[in-house]
Ligand binder design. Structure first.
Ligand code: CTP
Length: 417
């Protein structure tokens, strides 16, 4: 048993709902780890969840009886007393059915009835087949729940129980644990910060049909936007085209080209206290985009003339008053050397380097293994971790940098802005 100081959930009462997904077995590890970290866990299972895992497993690990039946429990009014006693409620895995019942307020079993009476923070960790997660109904329910302040964690992409590959796998346990920690004691250490963030790719037109772009999904930038917002910052997200949902409470400025992105950032720069450039900005663009579709035989399509777009970060660095500037460096090798060179050339306070060629890192993935290099030359190598957790590590590094360093770029401690 770790020392008491490491028990991050000591004395916290967690009500864990388990619904009928093949991922129900993963809730076993979650209960074990929550209990090891000091939590008092009570498990409620749907009838279909009991077909995947026996209630006895959870009873042994949690030390509490498992509630499954609304009617058998009616004398004790468990649908009222269980949520009253909870500091936070988590449903992991949450099926599409549970998501829908929760969004619509349906109450036809113990777990869904509890959801109607629970006043504590609620976290749902969905798990389902990829096609189901993409269904318009599931999307609408997710949006409704998020709008109501429920934390709905994104499922992950990968091989599914059906044998298909898609987005629908229960998110990693450490993401669920981090979400529980955040809901139990939300960190508000970015209050008063005004974060100007860029994310996603840019698109540079060749003609009305074709464009030049890159593989950036925007996931890293969106994760940082969400983390900064949750920690109390005001966040403006200037984003190139992505398929992602804008995090709640974040102001979204959609752009397409590097020029539009530059203009949007420059016009808001004076407002900001921190700029985080997670976007993959095009370095060059076609010099003369055609107003009409270029025919395939045309020489102008075979030999495109390009011109530089101008470096946004370098432009911002020249205009800065007291802003902290954070850049990214997506590399295929020599990450630390390239990151250090870019940090110096662009006048940054911190740069986040990553090797996009490494497994699990880079464009489109849900995880990233990054290295943080700060303006004082400190290098912090981080393990492969979900982008949402990396986002918090980046924000921690920015705060640490501002408080401990006194380089010329920083005129005031960040926390006092
Ligand atoms: N960046 C920028 N404006 C550009 C290109 C990049 O502000 N025109 C920013 C990116 O958002 C990122 C950082 O600069 O935060 C590093 O981008 P990257 O593409 O890795 O570096 P480049 O300077 O473009 O160098 P290279 O492409 O040669 O690696």
């Amino acid at each position: 048993m770790p020392p008491a100081a490491n028990l991050r959930f000591l004395g916290k009462r967690i009500l864990l709902g388990v619904s009928g997904s093949i991922a129900a077995y993963k809730a076993v590890g979650l209960v074990r780890d929550l209990v090891q970290e000091g939590a008092e866990v009570t498990v409620v299972m749907t009838e279909s969840a009991t077909r995947f895992v026996r209630p006895l497993t959870f009873e042994v690990l949690s030390g509490h009886s498992v509630a499954t039946d609304l009617f058998a429990a009616s004398q004790e009014m468990l649908h009222l007393t269980l949520p009253e006693r909870a500091d936070v409620m988590v449903i992991a895995p949450a099926t599409a059915n549970v998501l829908a019942k929760c969004a619509l307020g349906l109450a036809d079993d113990l777990l869904s009835t509890i959801l109607l009476s629970a006043g504590c923070p609620l976290i749902l960790a969905p798990a389902m087949d990829g096609g189901m997660w993409d269904h318009a109904a599931v999307k609408a329910h997710t949006e409704t729940l998020r709008g109501r302040g429920v934390t709905v964690l994104e499922p992950e992409e990968g091989p599914l129980a059906s044998g298909r590959v898609g987005r629908g796998r229960l998110t990693e346990e450490r993401v669920i644990l981090a979400a529980i920690e955040a809901r139990l004691s939300p960190r508000r250490d970015w209050v008063c910060q005004r974060v100007l963030l860029s994310a996603g790719p840019t698109q540079e037109a060749i003609d009305p049909v074709r464009y030049i772009s890159n593989r950036s999904s925007g996931k890293m930038g969106y994760a940082v936007a969400q983390a900064a917002r949750e920690r109390g910052a005001e966040v403006v997200l200037v984003s190139g085209p992505t398929a992602l949902e804008v995090p709640r409470g974040v102001e979204h400025v959609p752009v397409c080209t590097a020029e539009e992105m530059g203009k949007a950032l420059i016009s808001r720069f004076a407002w900001s206290t921190v700029v985080i450039m997670a976007a993959a900005v095009a370095d060059v663009r076609p010099k003369r985009p055609s107003p009409e579709k270029i025919k395939k035989g045309a020489t102008s399509l075979q030999r495109l003339e390009m011109e530089p777009t101008g470096d946004i970060l370098e432009m911002l660095a020249k205009q800065r008053t007291s802003q902290v500037l954070v850049g990214f460096a997506a590399e295929t090798g020599h990450v630390i050397e390239h990151a250090k060179e870019k940090l110096g050339r662009k006048g940054l306070d911190l740069i986040v380097g990553n090797n996009i060629a490494a497994e699990g890192s880079g464009f489109g993935t849900d995880t990233n293994a990054a290295v943080l290099v700060d303006r004082d030359g400190h290098v912090t190598q981080l393990d492969l971790m979900p982008k949402r957790i990396l986002a918090d590590r980046i924000l921690d590094a920015v705060l640490g940098l501002a408080w401990t360093s006194k380089g010329p770029a920083q005129t005031r401690p960040l926390g006092k802005m």
